[in-house]
Structures are given as C-alpha cells and as structure tokens.
Design a protein around this ligand. Structure first.
Ligand code: 13P
Ligand code: SF4
Length: 308
C-alpha cells in the first residue's frame, strides 16, 4: 500500500466511525466520484435517493449529489438533519428557471398544469402542480387529463422526449443540461462504428438527435439496472461519466464506453472524502427550507409519488 492508499484508508475509517456515532447515513448519486460511491450506504438516481432518505431510520443524512436532490430529501424527511458536504454543488439546469420567470409563465398560461422535473429548486416545486423524474415523467404526464394544457419545466429535451412518448403537446421551458448537451450525435456514430455490437443507453436529458440513436432511453438507475439484465456484453453510455464507476463495479465482465468524455458535471464532482468527514465533524452544511415552501413543494412531489 502506498502513502496515498494509507491516507485514504484512514479517512474512510474516520468517516465510518463518525457516521456510526452520529447515526448518519451517506447517500450518493450515480454521478459521484468513485470513492464517494464506495463509501455510501445507498447509491441511486434522484427518485431512489429521496425515497431512501424518507425510509431510513438514521437521524442524519449526508447527501452527496447536487442541491435540488438534498432539498428533496429534506422535504420528504423534515425531521432529519440533511447535510451537503459542499453547498456549491448546484444543478446548472435547475438554476435555469427562477420563481419570477415561472410566475410570469403561469400568468401567460393560466389554465396550464405545471409539471416540474425534479431538477428544480424547492421554490419552483412549490409553484408547480406535479413533480416528475426522468424515470417516471411519461407516466406523470399521461395521468393528466387530455384536455389540460401542460407547461413542462425546465428541461426542453426531457420535455420533448416525454411529449413524443406520451403523445402529448406541451409548452416547454427553454432549459437544458449543459453536461448532457455536450454529447453529440456524431460521438454516438463514432462509438457505434468502433463498437458495433454495443447497445446504446442514453439519459433523456440528451438532445433529440442523440436520443433518436439510442437503443434505450433510461434514468441513471434505469441504465444500471438494464446493463445488469441485458445479455449484451458492451454498452455505449450517453450520460454523465461518473456512472461508469458503478456500471464497471457491478458488471466486471462487461465493457462500458462513454459516449463522450466531455460529459462531466463539475458540480457533481465537488464532493470528496475529506468534505464528507468535515461535514460529519461540523454538522455542516445544513439544508434548510422555509416551512411554507417545503409544504407546497411536498404537494407536487406527493402527487408524483401517488402516480408511480
Ligand atoms: P437521474 O434522476 O436519472 O439520476 O438524473 C439526475 C440528473 O441530474 C441527470 O443529469
Ligand atoms: Fe444538473 Fe446536468 Fe449536472 Fe444533472 S448532469 S446535476 S442535470 S447539470
């Protein structure tokens, strides 16, 4: 073992000890760096992590993901202490719509039902009728009566995908994920030429031309599940590259190729083992949401959970 490995082992031991003392659990999104995924009690997608947060008996949750995910965990578990190791870990897409912009849209389309992707702030969820995730967006939209107009925020690409799948016209907000937009159709073409036997699995935050080339369009945990169950030996992965750690770990005999190495979400990479330890030591940084916003945001999340 070299000195770096010895240090890392000591760090991991300190985290595990403190985690037990504090009755804490560590939740990590599928895009987190490998060391963080490896130390987590649960690794999953936005929906799975929030559900896990609500289910756990732990008093404290160290949430390794981005801000909207930790907020969702707090909304579903208001009595638990929810911590983010780095408060700067926001989601660029979630920040593409402000409460004022949403209020303006609601004035413009007063009859529209507002469906908000889970990648939104608590304030935006509080102003929305339904929440949805990449795993259940089609089901949520299909549950809304046909005659109702739908305003979908903030991801225009996910909105376009859901609209086609559910055969429903929707008003789409002009937002997107900068990380997924870096995956180009030509990247998929190149990788397909290189690995002709590989199945192409992409996230619905990708652009429509990339989605059109995919064999399967899935949430991050959907990609992990499918890769395990499929008989294919090789996969081209069209989503944030952090997911490759979990895919390779769970399927050591299979091969995974990133569609593009540029699909790297900088905010997802802000968490590390040192910050997790400090977070447990100092009970920092606390995720707090004003009661009225949390209550209204919960309504839109509960509506989603009832449907799925
Ligand atoms: P999932 O809910 O599929 O994990 O996606 C979250 C996300 O931020 C994708 O960029
Ligand atoms: Fe947000 Fe995109 Fe990062 Fe996901 S990958 S957290 S949508 S910026």
């Amino acid at each position: 073992m070299n000195i770096l490995e010895v240090n890392q082992k000591a760090l991991v031991n300190d985290i595990l000890k403190l985690k037990q003392q504090r009755k804490a659990i560590i939740l990590a999104h599928n895009y987190q760096i490998g060391e963080v995924q490896d130390i987590a009690d649960f690794v999953g997608d936005s929906l799975g992590l929030s559900q896990e947060a609500a289910r756990t008996d732990a008093e404290m949750i160290v949430f390794c993901g981005v801000h909207f995910m930790a907020e969702t965990a707090k909304i579903l578990s208001p009595d638990k202490t929810v911590l983010m190791p780095d408060l700067n870990a926001g989601c660029a897409m979630a920040n593409m719509i402000t409460p004022r912009q949403l209020k303006e849209m609601k004035r413009k389309y007063p009859e529209a039902v507002v469906v908000a992707y889970i990648n939104t702030t608590a304030q935006i969820k509080a102003e929305s009728d339904y929440c949805c995730t990449s795993a259940n967006g089609v089901k949520v939209v299909q549950s809304i009566p046909k005659e109702k107009e739908i305003l979908f925020i903030p991801d225009k690409y996910l909105g376009d995908y859901i609209s086609k799948k559910a055969n429903r016209k929707m008003i789409l907000w002009e937002g997107w994920c900068p990380t997924h937009r870096r995956i180009l159709a030509e990247d998929i073409l190149k990788k397909k030429a290189q690995y002709p036997k590989a199945e192409v699995l992409v996230h619905p935050e990708c652009t429509p031309d990339v989605i059109a080339m995919a064999d399967k369009v899935l949430s991050t945990s959907g990609i992990c599940r499918y890769a395990k169950e499929s008989n294919s030996e090789e996969f081209i992965i069209g989503t944030e590259i952090g997911i490759l750690h979990r895919l390779k770990k769970e399927n050591p005999q299979k091969k995974f190729y990133p569609a593009s190495n540029l699909a790297d979400c900088p905010n997802m990479k802000l968490n590390n083992l040192e910050k997790i330890l400090w977070s447990l030591e100092d009970t920092a940084f606390l995720v707090e949401i004003p009661a009225e916003i949390a209550q209204n945001a919960k309504r839109s999340i509960d509506r989603m959970l009832k449907i799925v």
